[in-house]
Structures are given as C-alpha cells and as structure tokens.
Ligand binder design. Structure first.
Ligand code: PEP
Ligand code: MN
Length: 298
C-alpha cells in the first residue's frame, strides 16, 4: 500500500523506517506497549509515575529535604542533576555543578527517604559512579545523539531515560532509542521536554512543549513516554496546566521540578514549583489520570 509516508521517506517516521531502521523500537502490533518495572514502579501500565526534585542537587540537606517532601506527596522517583549541562561556562559559589559530591548526596537522600533516583549522566567515565546510585540513567536533551555515551550507558543494563533534543524529529529520537535497544537493554523511557520554536510566548521561555509527540510516538513505538513540563515551559505558572495536559494526552510519566524556595533555586529558578503546589498538582494529575483510565497516586 502506498501511504503518504512512503511517498516522502525521510521527513519523519516512514513505513520503511518502522520495518528496517527501528526494528526493536517500533511496535510489533497496534496494541504493543512495553511494560517494565524499575525499583518496584511499573512503567507502561495503568500507573503514571512521577519524577520530582530540584534542577540541581545543591546540598545534602536540601536534597534530603526535597526527597522526603516529594515522596510524601506521592512522587515515585527523586530527580536532580549533579552533573549538569549548564548553558554558559561561568560558575559562582551557588551556580556550580556538585558532581561527585552531589551523587553522594543523592545516595543519602535515596536511603533516608526511601525513594529511587534518576540523575543525568554526561560523560562515559562517570558511568560507574552514577550507575552505582541511579535507578534510571538520564540522557539529557543535549546528548540525545551522543551515540558512544548512550551505547556505554545501555551496556550497564540500567534503565535509561532518553530526553528528546529540542531540535530533533521523532525519527531522530527513536533512532537514538534504537541504539539502546540494539545493545539488549529494553528498559528505555522517552522524555519530551520542549522543542525550540520561534514563538515561545514569553521573553523568558525558551522551548515549546510538543504535546502532540505523545500520541505520535505512541502510534509507532511501544516505549513509554514521559513529559517534562518544567523544562518545556521554563515558567512556573505554566507547569501545572501542562502537567495536567500531559496526563490527559496519555503521557506514561511526568517529570516536575520541585524546590522549597523556587526563586532561590541555584539553576533555572523560574521553573520549579514549591512543595505545596507540587502536592496540589499531584492530586489534580491523579484526577485527570483517573478520567483517562489511569492513576498517579496509589
Ligand atoms: C534536566 O532534566 O535537568 C535537564 C538538564 O534537562 P534537558 O536535558 O531536557 O535540558
Ligand atoms: Mn535546565
């Protein structure tokens, strides 16, 4: 059958891509969805797991406090970066990656609060350190097509969350996911985090949440897809509506930045929500999830 995809191969995911290039990432049949468990939390089923925490792991006391707060509100994973792809090279006492120390603080927060952890990995040489603490390795948007890094991460056998680069097509994104699956690692989670677009609605906003990619991805791949409205909107007031919309659109998970004192967050202070707002968003996401046959809270 000639489909529009066959007439314009290469623009986005074509029938030929699904057969020959996305052998493991493509759905085998229309109902095919990956279901797997990470640290006792199921992905791809009725539950919509939530990853919550600060942009950066700033200090031990802060990450322990946030871990307890997000766990209390029902979050399934603690997020936070110790190795950060910061946009500019200059550092101050506050604006500086916490690196090895940050990973140790994440380990402490995980143990104290009893919550699994997702954190970014930027360089192959830190894989043993980061994989020793993280339950999920996060590949940041900027490294989505860093194939040596993602292949090395895949070989650890750890679950991997692959954030979508802000300038790439669904086809490029799934191609990168295929590299992980081709290593025999099947625990792959996609994450939409906003794309670069000319109109981002505020001088402060950098990205546009591509919510349409949720059903678009689910049409062609069995992999779960998480949405990160915090990075996408870069604006606190838009996080709750876009988080609710993500769940309504069928997202298989949501990542939300949470900080006890948002304006004083070391990185991206315009985007985190505070504890009270996070708790409120959790309840509202659960209500939306139940309306579409899923749940956020147990
Ligand atoms: C993050 O999640 O901390 C992050 C840096 O996100 P992204 O790679 O999507 O910019
Ligand atoms: Mn950021």
């Amino acid at each position: 059958m000639t489909t529009i995809e066959n007439k314009f191969p290469g623009k986005d995911v074509s029938d030929d891509d699904l057969r020959t290039k996305l052998r493991l990432t493509a759905k085998a049949n229309p109902g095919h969805r990956s279901r797997f468990t990470v640290a006792g939390v199921e992905f791809g089923g009725d539950l919509v797991p939530v990853f919550a925490g600060p942009n950066m792991v700033e200090s031990e006391s802060l990450i322990v406090d946030i871990a307890k707060a997000v766990k209390r509100a029902g979050a399934h994973f603690l997020r936070g970066g110790a190795f950060k792809p910061l946009t500019f090279p200059y550092r101050s006492a506050k604006y500086a990656e916490t690196r090895e120390e940050g990973i140790a603080w994440l380990a402490r927060a995980k143990a104290v609060a009893g919550i699994p952890v997702i954190t970014e990995i930027m360089e192959e040489k830190y894989i043993p350190l980061v994989a020793g603490v993280a339950d999920i390795l996060q590949i940041g948007a900027r490294n989505m097509q860093n194939y040596p890094l993602i292949v090395a991460c895949a070989r650890t056998g750890k679950p991997i969350m692959l954030k979508r680069h802000f300038g790439c097509s669904l086809r490029d994104w799934l191609g990168a996911a295929e590299y992980i699956l081709a290593e025999g690692n099947e625990k792959v989670i996609l994450c939409e985090r906003g794309i670069s677009a000319p109109h981002t609605h505020r001088a402060t906003s950098r990205f546009l949440l591509d919510l349409q990619v949720v059903p678009a991805a689910q049409e062609v791949t069995h992999l779960p897809i998480v949405v990160d409205p915090s990075h996408a909107t870069f604006w606190r007031a838009w996080v709750a509506p876009m988080a609710l919309a993500s769940v309504a659109a069928g997202a298989d998970g949501v990542m939300i930045e949470v900080h006890p004192d948002p304006p004083n967050a070391a990185v991206d202070p315009l985007q985190p929500v505070d504890y009270a707002e996070f708790k409120d968003i959790m309840g509202r996401m659960d209500a939306v999830a139940r309306a579409v046959g899923r749940k956020v809270l147990a």
